[in-house]
Write a protein that binds this ligand. Structure first.
Ligand code: ZN
Length: 146
């Protein structure tokens, strides 16, 4: 998975501004860490990560000159789209790519995350399907037609 964050970093590395005296690679480090964090969140928290490219771009844009901003945006958007498409094609085995079990997106009344396995098409377990219906009318139509 980190090949996506490294690819973003590699493409942009030459344009990073370094303006921290005594710490010549501090901003390079920050850009790389931000790219890794975005890819990791894409892999583990996709349902709640609505605009990955915008989020990463907002995190790293200050480390680049104005003249590079358009290119930074295009690179970020392109590689996060690749990463997202890659993740969507992975088999749904009940575990994410780090080996953590994938759980239902709903919370229990005590505020803990529901521990049941979700259905792949909406991320909720059978008991919490009604929550998906209110957020996605297309899925609801499919369920109603089934
Ligand atoms: Zn549930």
């Amino acid at each position: 998975m980190y090949r996506f964050s490294r690819a973003i970093y590699r493409e942009l590395s030459a344009e990073i501004i370094e303006d921290n005296p005594g710490q010549p690679y501090l901003n390079h480090e920050r850009v790389l860490r931000a790219c890794e964090a975005a890819v990791e969140r894409l892999a583990t928290d996709r349902h709640y990560f609505a605009k990955p490219a915008r989020t990463l771009f907002a995190d790293i844009r200050t480390y680049f000159p104005i003249s590079s901003q358009g290119r930074v945006w295009r690179i970020v958007e392109r590689y996060l789209t690749f990463a997202d498409e890659f993740l969507r094609t992975q088999p749904k085995s009940g575990f994410d790519m780090y080996g953590n079990p994938i759980l239902c997106r709903a919370s229990t009344r005590k505020g803990n995350q529901c521990q049941r396995a979700p259905l792949p098409h909406n991320g909720y377990c059978p008991s919490h399907q009604h929550l998906a219906e209110t957020e996605n009318f297309h899925d609801f139509d499919e369920l109603a037609a089934a």
